[in-house]
Design a protein around this ligand. Structure first.
Ligand code: ADP
Ligand code: MG
Ligand code: MG
Length: 212
């Protein structure tokens, strides 16, 4: 399966739709342990990224340029912490597929893993600190392991989707070491991290996209 810029336009539109459908829920999660804007931030960022990439001429635009356009649009649309985190993720995905006219399965997997790495390095968060890294890191690791074991792209991303969901669930039992929630100590226990929840939605959208 070769992924073109046209496919990336569809993928970003799919992500934007899935995040929009969960906007209020993500705000509720952030209301419990943050400032309540996470759904609005992710909705604005994903919508802007989808729109910016959708406006490009796919015949004239390489995937790396599409990812860079998504990064810029996301950053400009979002004032919250998730802005620079996802802008970096998209930039890293673009850098991972530099000079490719279309993406092989291996390219898609490397771009996906680069997004996780970008989030982790930009936020300087480790797994276990109750952030979106708790969804992204295990998802990327699961996909990379499945791929190394000979699984196809869609199975590898199905594993990623499951790992992200489990990683998100696991944030319930954690105290936060990064972001706003880190000021609340033990009070955040029992609540899912909103950034991990939106990451699990995005990762599920990517897996769904590759399945179809
Ligand atoms: P803000 O806290 O600025 O309002 P958002 O509500 O958009 O930003 O995003 C909050 C989410 O950002 C958190 O739930 C967490 O997952 C994520 N986050 C915050 N700080 C970091 C960090 N240093 N590294 C990774 N993720 C982080
Ligand atoms: Mg917030
Ligand atoms: Mg905020």
């Amino acid at each position: 399966m070769a992924i073109t810029t046209k496919d990336l336009q569809h993928l970003l539109a799919l992500i934007a739709g899935d995040i929009a459908a969960h906007r209020d829920h993500l705000c509720e999660l952030d209301g419990a342990i943050g400032d309540g804007d996470h759904g609005l931030a992710m909705d604005a960022g994903c919508e802007a990224a989808a729109k910016a990439v959708g406006a490009l001429d796919p015949a004239q635009t390489a995937p790396t340029a599409a990812f860079n356009a998504a990064a810029k649009a996301f950053l400009n649309a979002v004032g919250a912490s998730s802005g620079p985190l996802y802008a970096t993720a998209f930039m890293r995905a673009g850098a991972a597929v530099k000079d490719k006219a279309e993406l092989s399965d291996d390219d898609v997997l490397r771009a996906f893993a680069a997004m996780a790495q970008g989030v982790q390095e930009r936020g300087k968060a480790e797994p276990g600190e109750k952030t979106m890294v708790d969804a992204w890191r295990p998802a990327a690791d699961a996909a990379l392991h499945a791929w190394a074991d000979g699984a196809a792209l869609r199975q590898s991303l199905d594993m990623a989707e499951r790992a992200a969901r489990q990683g998100c669930e696991a944030t319930k039992d954690m105290t936060a070491a990064k972001g706003r929630a880190s000021r609340l100590g033990e009070r955040v226990i029992g609540h899912v991290d909103p950034g991990a929840a939106s990451a699990a939605i995005i990762i599920a959208s990517i897996a769904k996209f590759v399945r179809h």
